[in-house]
Ligand binder design. Structure first.
Ligand code: GFB
Length: 308
């Protein structure tokens, strides 16, 4: 990738895509093309073809997806399956037709079997049943990995895939029902502090373990892979450390500065018990995460406060 290359970032307003844009800018890649949802409907294959064939980007980051937390995934299976298949099919197939030189598809750690050995190594894909709360999203992401592999084999396309762990950072979705746990906790504890609530209700048992990666670290990994990796195997992108949801809730409460009790709502699902990536392949290539969890939460909270 050179500064003259035209780079299309699909999903540039989201958590991951906006971080990729910041990282490209920081590294001196200024020929970046973006389109808002109003300007380009990624569900519309004709519109995507027209866009890719007129812009002719040399590199594409597929950071556009329908995403959400455990409850959104659980309650909107059709939307998560159809929208994600449609977006990624349009972009990957369209990129081949438009002669895109390199494409990076972003998946998710939920592609792995619910009870796979931990930490999750890339070769555990398709070795067991998926976690039911997000199998629709996972099936779409697995199809995206396979699309990249198939276009590489049949058409010689340099299309690669990266599997990030749970992400957080600026431009996150803070919707109380639809968001992931970290933005949900930031919002809940902030609102409880401001309104002096007597308690904060969190979902599930608090016992599941999750690994979190700050979005700027994700972006540095994705740009690193775009520049340094060409292969059929997808690559895990994680921080390497995990925390229980119970301890995460205490940490966010502490950062936000709320001092009331936490109550656990067992009517909400826990999801998969543990989801720790083995990112040793990426680490061996020379990439490392930079942001400790507490520091990332401090920055994410500052971003939340600046927007509310
Ligand atoms: O982040 P999250 O929604 O998704 O939830 P997953 C992680 C854990 O936090 C679950 C608990 O055990 C939740 O029950 N939790 C506690 C909460 N309080 C809350 C809350 O207020 N909001 C939310 N959202 N959770 C997602 C998948 O799984 O991970 C997606 O559904 C995607 O498909 C993403 O793969 C990375 O980590 O369980």
């Amino acid at each position: 990738m050179t500064p003259a290359d035209k780079i299309y970032v699909a999903g540039h307003r989201g958590l991951a895509g906006s971080a990729v844009c910041r990282e490209l800018h920081r590294l001196g890649f200024h020929n970046v093309v973006t389109r808002t949802r109003m300007e380009l409907d990624l569900l519309d294959s004709k519109a995507v073809d027209l866009f890719l064939q007129s812009e002719r980007p040399s590199h594409v980051f597929v950071a556009a997806a329908k995403v959400g937390g455990i409850w959104a995934n659980h309650t909107q299976p059709a939307s998560f399956l159809w929208e994600n298949l449609q977006i990624q099919n349009n972009l990957i197939h369209g990129a081949w037709k438009a002669g895109v030189g390199k494409l990076l598809f972003m998946g998710s750690s939920c592609i792995y079997p619910k009870l796979a050995p931990q930490p999750l190594r890339e070769e555990y894909l398709l070795t067991g049943p998926l976690e039911p709360t997000n199998e629709w999203y996972a099936v779409a992401k697995i199809a995206g990995i396979k699309m990249c592999q198939a276009y590489r084999r049949q058409h010689g396309c340099d299309f690669i895939s990266a599997m990030p762990t749970n992400l957080y950072g600026p431009n996150d979705n803070y919707d109380p029902q639809g968001s992931h746990v970290l933005p949900a906790l930031i919002r809940k504890f902030h609102e409880a502090k401001v309104s002096r609530s007597s308690e904060v209700v969190c979902w599930g048992s608090g016992s599941p373990l999750r690994e979190f990666l700050y979005s700027d670290d994700l972006a540095s990994a994705l740009v690193f892979l775009m520049q340094n990796y060409s292969g059929e195997d997808f690559i895990n992108v994680g921080s390497g450390s995990e925390i229980t949801i119970h301890d995460l809730a205490s940490l966010v409460r502490d950062v936000v500065g709320y001092d009331g009790p936490i109550v656990w709502d067992s009517s909400k699902p826990d999801g998969t018990p543990r989801k720790l990536m083995d990112s040793s392949r990426l680490f061996a290539m020379g990439w490392q995460p930079r942001t400790p969890l507490r520091e990332g939460i401090v920055r994410a909270y500052a971003d939340f406060v600046s927007r509310n």
